[in-house]
Design a protein around this ligand. Sequence first.
Ligand code: GAR
Length: 200
Amino acid sequence: MVKLAVLCSGRGSDLQSIIDSIQRGELQAEISIVITDKPNVMALERAEKAGIKNICVDRKNFDTRADFEAEILKNLVGIDLVVLAGFMRILSPDFVRKFSGRLMNIHPSLLPAFPGAHAHRDVLAYGVKVSGCTVHFVDEGTDSGPIILQSAVKVLDDDTEETLAARVLEQEHIIYPQAIKLFVEGKLKIEGRHVKILED
Ligand code: GAR
């Protein structure tokens, strides 16, 4: 069974979509651990409720990013794929290299448009008519790695950050489990910037 570690910072609805997909028998994988960088967040409750080992590695308890990441790494021994699900920290190049090709992120825009921490705000400010979400492998840049799956939604004239985020999130909950399933089934082939999806 492919072993996943899911890293989160807050609400954990993307985590929940992965848990649900496994529980429905669609995704043949095991979440070995959920790690958060903040205490008392809903992601930890969701993991606990699903009977998944969960820990908080509180960034505040570490002087440097290297120490913080070393503590996370201790908990990733034997993990096949690290899944960033609303994990709001940039990982160091060292960390990223260790999990090259085995580290995924979901971002709430159609990359390479609107990277960074305020995608929906930036989308609305710019006035684009279409937004969406992107699952990608993580490289050493910010939201810049090879793209696995994307899904688009219309941006409406009366959208707020909240209404747009909610519509995008529905798509996130569909494509993140799908992307992980493709990885688990060995169907993703990275060729430079391109991710080929192999047929059955
Ligand atoms: C999701 O919209 C995800 O795409 C975004 O945070 C939200 C987490 O929601 N991630 C990023 O912005 C990463 N830069 P959740 O905690 O309910 O899963």
